[in-house]
Design a protein around this ligand. Structure first.
Ligand code: FEO
Ligand code: CA
Ligand code: CA
Ligand code: CA
Length: 596
C-alpha cells in the first residue's frame, strides 16, 4: 500500500487516494492549513477583504490573486522565520467579481470591464512579499513585518542589462527605454543565492489588444510571441496595452524581474540579459567556479529550454557585491541530441547566424527576439518547458515538460518521444563533469507521464507506482534539502482521469527510480503550483491556483462546478465568499521532516 520505503524509495509516507472533491487532502499524519488567501491583509492598515465592494486601493494592500511561485527567504538563517515571496500570475474575473457572468446556451459570458475592474485586476497581479513565523508549531503571517510589500502591474520598474535603452523599448511615456510600469503574468520564479526574489513574466501576449500599424517593424517579432492575444481588456482603458497606440510596449514584458526584498522601496529590475520569452521560472545554483547558473523554460509548445550563466562570481560574504550579477553573462539554449548528448548554444550577437544578415543589429536585438535567435541556432523544440530545477545534492537538473498534443508523428524526436503528447514528461540532465556552467552535458528521459494502465499512453512509471501515484502534466517542481524531487501538476482533468492536480513525490535514485506517490491533492478546478520546502525540510508550502475554475454553473459569486453536481467554495465554504486561491502550509504532526 505504499506505506513502507519499499525498494529503496526515499519516501515513506502513506499516499493520498487520488480523486476529486471540494477540498484539499494531504497524506495521513500531516497538517495542511491555509496560510494566505486572496484578499488577506498584508499590512496593519489593510482593509478587510470585502468581495462585494472591491477596490484597487484595498487590493494593493492585500494578498493578490492566483498564487503561483512560492519562495522562502530565511531571516537570520532560520527555517521558522522568513519572508514568503509569492507570484500572483493572473486573474479569473468570472470567479472574482459578483454579477458579471451570464450563461447563454451553455457558454460563459463575462460583462465588459470598466476602469474600476481593470484597476482591481492590475492590483491583483504581481507578487507579495510577506514575513511569516512559526509559533508553537504553527505558521503565522506577521502583518506588521517591515519588509512586507505588494508588487503589482503598476509598480515602477527599471529595465537593465544589454537591451535597456534600446529604441525598441522606448515609448511615449518613456523616452529612455529603461522605465517600465509593472509586471505581468508572473508564473514561477526563484530566489537567488544572494537572497533576492526573481519573478518570471510568462504569457504577456494576452494583455495586449489592437492592431499594429500596417508594415510595422515589430510585426514578425510579435507574431513569434502571439502578440496581441487580447485575453484582457486593459488596452480599452490604458493606451499602453493597445499596440496600435503604443507599438513598443510588448517589448517591455517577457523578462525576468529581480526584486531586492531587503528594501520595500527598491525598484524591481527587469534583467534583459536573461532573454525575452514566455518565462516559466528561474531556479539557480552556484557553479564550481562561483558563477551562478539560472535554468529557464519558455512555456509554449515547440519552444525551448535555456540557461543563463553570470559573467561574475557569487560573493557569499558581501550581498551588495552580487546585486547586479544578472546584468552580464551568457544566455544559452538547449539542443538535445538523439545520442543523449546535450549542447548549450550561446545566444551572442555576431556569432553564427546572429548577425545583421538576419536582422540583428546588437545584443539588444538578440535578447528582444530571443525565440527567433534560438530558432536560427537550431535548438530543440520541446513539449512546453515549465520549471527547470537544478539539484545540488545529486548534481542533476530536472526539466518539466507539461504536454504537447500538437506534436505530429513526423515531429517526434528523442527528447520529445511521443506524438500527441497529452501527459508530458520529465528529462534529467547531467552537466559535463558535474559543472552546472558547462556548455555540454548528457540527458535522459526520467519519466513519461500518464496512466500506466493504459498501454497506448506509453507511460514509464515504475511498477511500484500505485493507481494513486501516477500523474500527468508536470508543471512546477521542487528539490528538498535531502535532494528529493517533488512534482506539481497543471491539467489533470477529473472528467478524463477521475483525479485532480496535486503534489507527487518522485524517486530519482537506484531501484526506486521513476516511482511516484501522491502526497497532496487540490480541490476541484484548481492546479497545483509553487511547491517549496524550508531548508530544514519540516515545512512545505504549496499554492492552490484557480480553485473552482472550469465549471459551467455561475451563480452570483460564480458557484462553479466542474461536474454538474460538484462545486466548491474552497477554502472558506461560506455563501458570501467566493472561491479563493491560497497558499497552504504543510507540516508533519510530529514536527518531523516531510515525506519520511
Ligand atoms: Fe504559468 Fe507555464 O505555467
Ligand atoms: Ca507553471
Ligand atoms: Ca521550482
Ligand atoms: Ca500552470
Amino acid at each position: 500500500d505504499g506505506s513502507a520505503a519499499a525498494n529503496g524509495s526515499a519516501f515513506s509516507f502513506i499516499e493520498v487516494e487520488a480523486g476529486v472533491d471540494e477540498t484539499h487532502h494531504v497524506a495521513e499524519g500531516y497538517d495542511a492549513e491555509v496560510l494566505l488567501r486572496w484578499g488577506d491583509p498584508l499590512f496593519p492598515d489593510s482593509p478587510a477583504f470585502d468581495p462585494k465592494n472591491q477596490t484597487a486601493e484595498a487590493q494593493r494592500r492585500q494578498f493578490g490573486y492566483n498564487n503561483d511561485y512560492v519562495g522562502f527567504i530565511p531571516l537570520d538563517g532560520s527555517s521558522e522565520h522568513g519572508l514568503l515571496v509569492v507570484n500572483h500570475e493572473y486573474t479569473n474575473e468570472h470567479l472574482m467579481f459578483p454579477g458579471i457572468v451570464t450563461l447563454a446556451e451553455g457558454k460563459l459570458k463575462v460583462a465588459p470591464a470598466d476602469k474600476t475592474r481593470v484597476d482591481i485586476e492590475m492590483a491583483a497581479h504581481g507578487g507579495s512579499i510577506v514575513e511569516i513565523r512559526k509559533v508553537d508549531g504553527k505558521w503565522q503571517v506577521v502583518r506588521d513585518g517591515k519588509l512586507n510589500r505588494r508588487i503589482t502591474s503598476t509598480t515602477p520598474m527599471q529595465l537593465t542589462g544589454p537591451a535597456a535603452g534600446s529604441d525598441r523599448l522606448k515609448t511615449a511615456a518613456d523616452a529612455t527605454g529603461t522605465q517600465v510600469i509593472g509586471t505581468l503574468n508572473n508564473c514561477a520564479g526563484g530566489v537567488t543565492p544572494w537572497g533576492t526574489y526573481v519573478m518570471a513574466e510568462e504569457n504577456f501576449h494576452g494583455y495586449f489588444l489592437g492592431k499594429l500599424p500596417e508594415g510595422h517593424k515589430e510585426a514578425a517579432n510579435y507574431k513569434r510571441y502571439g502578440v496581441p492575444e487580447a485575453s484582457y481588456e486593459w488596452g480599452n482603458i490604458y493606451d499602453r496595452f493597445d499596440v496600435a497606440k503604443e507599438p513598443n510596449e510588448p517589448n517591455r514584458f517577457g523578462w525576468i524581474v529581480e526584486v531586492d526584498v531587503n528594501d520595500p522601496n527598491a525598484v524591481p529590475k527587469k534583467r534583459t540579459a536573461m532573454g525575452r520569452f514566455k518565462h516559466e521560472g528561474a531556479e539557480s545554483i552556484v557553479a564550481k567556479d562561483g558563477r551562478v547558473v539560472f535554468y529557464l523554460g519558455d512555456d509554449e509548445r515547440f519552444d525551448y529550454v535555456y540557461k543563463f550563466v553570470t559573467a561574475g562570481t557569487f560573493n557569499p560574504n558581501d550581498r551588495a557585491a552580487n546585486m547586479d550579477l544578472l546584468d552580464s553573462g551568457t544566455l544559452y539554449v538547449a539542443k538535445f541530441d538523439a545520442d543523449g548528448a546535450l549542447e548549450w548554444l550561446p545566444l551572442v550577437f555576431g556569432q553564427g547566424p546572429l548577425t545583421a544578415a538576419n536582422g540583428f543589429g546588437s545584443q539588444a536585438d538578440v535578447l528582444i527576439e530571443t525565440r527567433r535567435a534560438a530558432d536560427l541556432l537550431g535548438a530543440t523544440k520541446m513539449d512546453r518547458p515549465e520549471d527547470v530545477q537544478p539539484n545540488g545534492v545529486n548534481g542533476k537538473v530536472y526539466v518539466m515538460l507539461t504536454n504537447n498534443t500538437k506534436r505530429k508523428d513526423d515531429q517526434v524526436d528523442a527528447a520529445n518521444p511521443r506524438a500527441k503528447n497529452a501527459f508530458g514528461h520529465i528529462i534529467e540532465i547531467a552537466e559535463a563533469d558535474g559543472d552546472f556552467a558547462a556548455t555540454k552535458g548528457k540527458w535522459e528521459v526520467l519519466l513519461k507521464c500518464g496512466d500506466p494502465s493504459v498501454a497506448a499512453v506509453g507511460a514509464s512509471f515504475s511498477t511500484d507506482t500505485t493507481r494513486n501515484g501516477w500523474f500527468g502534466m508536470p508543471d512546477n517542481c521542487a528539490v528538498d534539502a535531502a535532494g528529493r524531487l517533488w512534482v506539481s501538476t497543471d491539467g489533470n482533468n477529473p472528467k478524463d482521469t477521475g483525479r485532480t492536480d496535486g503534489l507527487w513525490a518522485v524517486d530519482t535514485e537506484g531501484g526506486a527510480r521513476a516511482t511516484s506517490k501522491l502526497f497532496f491533492r487540490v480541490p476541484v478546478g484548481a492546479e497545483m503550483c509553487g511547491p517549496l520546502f524550508t531548508p530544514d525540510d519540516r515545512t512545505a508550502f504549496v499554492a492552490v491556483q484557480h480553485p473552482g475554475d472550469g465549471g459551467t454553473d455561475w451563480a452570483p459569486f460564480g458557484r462553479p462546478s466542474y461536474y454538474e453536481d460538484l462545486s466548491t467554495r474552497w477554502p472558506d465554504f461560506k455563501d458570501d465568499m467566493p472561491v479563493r486561491p491560497a497558499v497552504v502550509v504543510i507540516t508533519k504532526k510530529d514536527g518531523g521532516k516531510i515525506g519520511v
